[in-house]
Design a protein around this ligand. Structure first.
Ligand code: NI
Length: 280
């Protein structure tokens, strides 16, 4: 496995745990984007599926670039036309050796593009698929804190035990976490970790920064959500995985910790979470 090759790289290696490299935003210069990530110390990037076509594109990118891994899944805003047969397709895509998670899945009560009961139905099916496959989940939660925690509670207590994933916590990540400290603690207690992206660097994000100071550095992954959520001072511009470094630098400041230690902790967490060392 490439990222294990050098002890030097080991020290400042970063992992972008959530990005969307298949989007047309990168069609002009994808090779350069990956090269800049490499130069910034990013040793792995997990590109997300939001529907079946993007899940297939994520796998194609993982085949093309050694540092890219794929998550496959159906996003809550893209599940209006969900058919049960799509689960079979996801199951066969997930058998690819570079698929490391089921995602991006979850609930979204902000855009309201799909009725909540449909989103919940599709989320439940994908949580159970992940459990059966032993793969962690990457969770999107926008303005849906209470319903998503209700779903995770029910999943962990009633349906997860006895499945392959139950042998290997953490079970998932709440990506670009936007809840409060009580929600973070409940997520930890249930066996989940958190992800932080560019918003923690925003000048007007004092609330999120106060929260970030209180989060457990051992249960956090960093991410870009590129091409979205570009960190300060690139807010509003196209984001790319190299800028995960700005998220790590902000956490170093908030946690009063050397940058190298933030890199070491978050990269270690991501390696264990995605089980990269068991992948080709
Ligand atoms: Ni995303």
């Amino acid at each position: 496995m490439e990222i294990m090759n050098s002890d030097f790289v080991e020290v400042a290696a970063l992992i972008d745990s959530h990005c969307h490299l298949d989007l047309p935003h990168f069609d002009e210069d994808r090779d350069e984007v990956i090269a800049r990530a490499r130069e910034a110390g990013v040793v792995a990037m997990v590109t997300q599926g939001v529907d079946l076509p993007s899940s297939r594109r994520a796998i194609a990118l993982a085949e093309r670039y050694p540092e890219v891994y794929a998550a496959v899944g159906i996003h809550p805003n893209d599940c209006a036309d969900f058919q049960p047969s799509m689960l079979d397709e996801l199951r066969s895509l997930a058998a690819h050796p570079k698929v490391v998670a089921i995602g991006e899945i979850g609930l979204d009560d902000y855009w309201k593009t799909v009725p909540m009961d449909q989103q919940i139905r599709v989320l439940r099916l994908q949580l159970d698929l992940a459990a059966a496959l032993g793969l962690p989940v990457i969770l999107h939660d926008r303005e849906a804190h209470e319903p998503i925690m209700a779903e995770l509670r029910a999943w962990v207590r009633e349906r997860l035990p006895g499945t392959p994933l139950a042998q290997r916590p953490p079970y998932g990540v709440l990506h670009s976490f936007s809840g409060d400290l009580a929600m973070a603690h409940e997520a930890y207690d249930l066996g989940f970790i958190l992800g932080l992206a560019g918003p923690v660097t925003f000048k007007n994000a004092r609330g999120l920064q106060v929260l970030a100071r209180q989060l457990d550095p051992d249960r956090l992954m960093i991410e870009t959500d590129a091409p979205y959520l570009s960190p300060h001072p690139y807010r509003g511009k196209r984001n790319e995985p190299a800028r995960v470094k700005l998220v790590a630098e902000k956490l170093a400041e908030l946690w009063d910790m050397p940058f190298e230690q933030v890199a070491f902790l978050t990269t270690g967490t991501a390696r264990a979470f995605f089980a990269f060392d068991h992948k080709p």
